[in-house]
Design a protein around this ligand. Structure first.
Ligand code: NAD
Ligand code: GLY
Length: 399
């Protein structure tokens, strides 16, 4: 596996982690205050003064960071305009991407132009997809502003939108030229969104980094009651370390398997059943990270049922998910709908569902022998006994 290279950072200099793809390697720059240097960083990629740049963002993010991003780009001589789109999970559709294409047309973006995605994973996935498809592909820079996008969505080049039948069914691989992570932008992120991002950090621990998992447990134990469920509890120092270690973990996997021919599938841990929860509860009802937390809890139960990992490790996983203030019980959903939704998943190969299942803290296997009976009995185990059936029930996991 190609290693993700890192360079040392300090309070003044950000840390850079490189995604070492053979054809198009790129840096992930992580450091508080780095948004102010967006223009400088883009210019350093070779975009000359006069290059047209379309900054795509959404209202929440624009309020806080739109002006700073534009000012930095313009200071570097770039001709930057901004498009503000409604970008909730329920708006992650081809129709919203068409609005980005319309703006690209108005601004007369050329092959050498650039799209900057400024926002969470929804903005990043859609702006990335617009960049992948405009003029058959123009450059994109990802500037993630949620924890989830910083540790996962902005890195690795998966772009796309949802279909009513399933999450992210429409999309393209399109690697960014740069990922610029400014942890200071998390100051305005709602705590529920912060917790959702912690699900993906825990994922990296379970799938490949037992030390990270143990460090998270230790950090949670140092904060009895608060756990890892808020930015304040996590603290700036641990946060910077989690951002770096998560980005490095993702960079390593993507460098080894850019297009998910094999290893990259492990990044889908918790996503198979998580996507079912997101789709059936209605896009945006359960946050993506919350759904991943539920999906990891369910995958762990399946692994226990199949004799792949210990009840003790599953208890550790559930405790860490709980310490991050994330849900880990199954919501009331119709079983037939669950099975039908699973069959529509991208991870079905020749009719067989592929699950990423843990075998130890820090190790997973990809299996295609999980039966419908095992899935249904597992989710029944994880369903609170008081829950009644029906997808329109109130969300039992407000996070
Ligand atoms: P999101 O993009 O919906 O953002 C969450 C909310 O936070 C939004 O309301 C947004 O306006 C707000 N927000 C964002 N940054 C803010 C800030 N700094 N201050 C205040 N408010 C802010 O959610 P998300 O969790 O970032 O992303 C989820 C999406 O990412 C899902 O669609 C998922 O499928 C996708 N995803 C993609 C990949 C990938 O590899 N491409 C990986 C994981 C997840
Ligand atoms: N989040 C899964 C992947 O990037 O492959």
């Amino acid at each position: 596996m190609s290693a993700a290279a890192t360079t040392a950072g300090s309070a003044c200099s950000p840390r850079t982690i490189r995604v070492e793809l053979s054809a198009n390697p790129y840096p992930v720059v992580i450091g508080a205050g780095s948004l102010a240097r967006l223009g400088e960083q883009v210019a350093a990629l070779g975009f000359k003064a006069g290059t047209k740049v379309l900054v795509v963002t959404n209202p929440d993010v624009d309020t806080h960071y739109g002006a700073a991003a534009l000012a930095s780009l313009r200071e570097a001589g770039l001709v930057a305009e901004r498009l503000v789109i409604e970008a909730g999970e329920d708006r992650k559709t081809p129709a919203t991407v068409a609005l980005i294409h319309d703006a690209a047309f108005r601004q007369k973006l050329e092959r050498g132009s650039l799209i900057v995605a400024l926002g969470g994973g929804v903005v990043g996935d859609m702006a990335g997809f617009a960049a992948a498809t405009w003029l058959r592909g123009i450059a994109v820079v990802q500037v993630p502003t949620t924890l989830l996008a910083m540790v996962d969505a902005a890195i690795g080049g998966k772009t796309g939108v949802n279909h009513p039948g399933g999450k992210n069914l429409i999309g393209a691989f399109h690697q960014p030229r740069l990922v610029l992570v400014d942890p200071a932008t998390l100051a305005t992120l709602p705590e529920r969104e912060f917790r959702a991002g912690m699900a993906e950090v825990i994922k990296y621990g379970v799938i490949g980094d037992a030390v990270l998992f143990a460090d998270l447990e230790a950090a949670a134990a140092r904060q009895p009651g608060a756990g890892l469920a808020s930015q304040q509890a996590v603290g700036a120092k641990l946060l910077q370390s989690l951002l770096e270690r998560s980005a490095a973990a993702k960079a390593r996997v993507v460098a080894a398997d850019e297009r998910e021919g094999g290893l990259r599938a492990i990044l889908n841990y918790g996503h198979t059943l998580g996507h079912v929860v997101e789709t059936l509860r209605g896009y945006g009802t359960v946050l993506h990270g919350e759904a991943v937390a539920i999906g990891m809890a369910a995958a762990g139960e399946i692994a226990v049922a199949m004799g792949l990992w210990s009840r003790q490790d599953q208890a550790r996983q559930l405790a860490l998910i709980a310490a991050a203030g994330l849900p880990h019980t199954w919501p009331s959903l119709d079983n037939e709908a669950v099975l039908a939704c699973l069959q529509g998943d991208k991870k079905v190969r020749e009719g067989r569902l592929r699950f990423v299942l843990p075998t130890a803290i820090g190790a997973v296997q990809i299996r295609d022998d999980v039966t419908a009976d095992t899935i249904l009995s597992t989710i029944a185990e994880l369903t609170p006994k008081s829950a009644s059936a029906g997808p329109s029930d109130p969300d039992p996991h407000p996070g």
